[in-house]
Ligand binder design. Structure first.
Ligand SMILES: O=C(CO)[C@@H](O)[C@H](O)COP(=O)(O)O
Length: 213
């Protein structure tokens, strides 16, 4: 299991220090939540702060857009060269075009599904994706409870993924801890995002290790 700590739960007064700590602690990706106050009822960070995160990070960035105007934000973040940019299928009229745009920057495209969105909604996009992110909380905030319907959903997505594009990773985000990571692994999940579990742990490196099952 790859682990992508969400910096939403980091100490923003000491962001570079916290990013360095999770990278030295062995995380696989640094997960960056971009919220615009419209698609979700919360507002986070723009390219100025993400540039500082990219400078501090020794692991690739995984940028999760929770925004209304995906194309505008892709253009804003592409120069920072994250490994992945993911956007919500619920907020995109032309997802295939946006996937091509993200790839044209040399960035891996990913699509995010809210808890209610079925994996079948992206069946005909799967061949063009590097990752699908399944939300296991309603997007917008850290520290929420895990919605366990994501487990059969991940298993259904895995069946589609294995058939259509075995290289496409499955990522789960929200309420992830050492208590549910093995179940997620068994369902076929490849990457977990964890915010409060990692950043509130007294030993963040140990927290990351406990998720690398
Ligand atoms: O995208 C989001 C929330 O919208 C997540 O990345 C959370 O930040 C995960 O936080 P925890 O549930 O692990 O505390």
């Amino acid at each position: 299991m790859q682990v992508a700590p969400s910096i939403l739960s980091a100490d923003f007064g000491n962001l570079a220090r916290d990013v360095q700590e999770i990278c030295e602690g062995g995380c696989d990706l640094v997960h960056v939540d971009v919220m615009d106050g419209h698609f979700v009822p919360n507002l986070t960070i723009g390219p100025v702060v993400v540039e500082a995160v990219a400078k501090a990070a020794t692991k690739p960035l995984d940028v999760h857009l929770m925004v209304e105007n995906n194309t505008f934000f892709v253009e804003l973040f592409a120069p920072l060269k994250p490994e992945y940019i993911s956007f919500h299928i619920e907020e995109e009229k032309h997802p295939h075009r946006l996937i091509q745009k993200i790839r044209s920057y040399g960035i891996k495209p990913a699509i995010v599904l809210n808890p209610h969105t079925p994996p079948e909604s992206i069946e005909f996009l799967l061949q063009d994706l590097d990752m699908v992110l399944l939300m296991s909380v309603n997007p917008g905030f850290g520290g929420q409870s895990f919605i366990d319907t994501v487990i059969p959903k991940a298993a259904r997505l895995k069946e589609m993924r294995d058939r259509i594009n075995p290289n496409c990773l499955i990522e789960v985000d929200g309420g992830v801890s050492d208590k549910n990571v093995q179940t997620l692994k068994d369902a076929g999940v490849d990457v977990v995002v964890a915010g409060s579990y990692v950043f509130k742990h007294e030993n963040r490196a140990e927290a990351i290790k406990s998720l690398q099952v």
